[in-house]
Design a protein around this ligand. Sequence first.
Ligand SMILES: Cc1cc2nc3c(=O)[nH]c(=O)nc-3n(C[C@H](O)[C@H](O)[C@H](O)COP(=O)(O)O)c2cc1C
Length: 209
Amino acid sequence: MLSSLLFAIMSCSGAVETTWRDSDTPNTATDSLKDQEILIVYHSRTKNTQAVAEIIHRQVGGDLVGLELEKPYPAHYQTTVDQVAEENRTGYLPPLKTKIDSMEKYDIVFVGFPTWGMQLPPPMKSFLKQYDLEGKTVIPFNTNAGYGVGSGFETINQLCSKSKILEGYTTKAGIERDGIHFVISGEKEEQVTAQVDELLAKLGFNKQQ
Ligand SMILES: Cc1cc2nc3c(=O)[nH]c(=O)nc-3n(C[C@H](O)[C@H](O)[C@H](O)COP(=O)(O)O)c2cc1C
């Protein structure tokens, strides 16, 4: 019963919340991921989401890709906040410099992003609009400044309505507004690693696939 709960597919449904339940039996349907092609794609400005992506990568392998833009955001925080607010208001999708070859070969796509303006950042909206993840398993992950994932997981549900979306991961990380940039080191890195390992085990990923 636990495994069926954990594997509730969230496609086109409400928000996927990360809830930490007692870990028991992984779902047998995904016990063997040996033949699955994995992509871990993320957008990261101050490298917190990148650090979570690297932790996932150490556990499950596959290809790790950080999204870069044709025109990077300004270094200045508030200018970026204002630009992102305008992009969210108008629905502007910033063109990606990163190109992903052979998207069709991937079975599982981890999608990582920071919360920006309580939403999915425009670059990740660009990615999900540009690439078709139909039929793939999608696992979202997020870092934020303590206000949570906002509508990010819901937007992934909407933009990946033909994917199987599994339970996501979210954690509080940097607070750039207050000059706190990269925080996933030391104890925090250990905590995130343990939480990610727990979630991946629940989802049926075993070490060294
Ligand atoms: C433009 C911008 C908007 C942000 N908006 C939010 C927000 O609405 N809520 C929140 O909790 N954090 C917000 N943050 C903070 C980031 O989500 C947080 O620092 C995250 O860990 C950064 O991840 P990164 O290091 O991978 O870039 C914002 C950061 C930026 C740059």
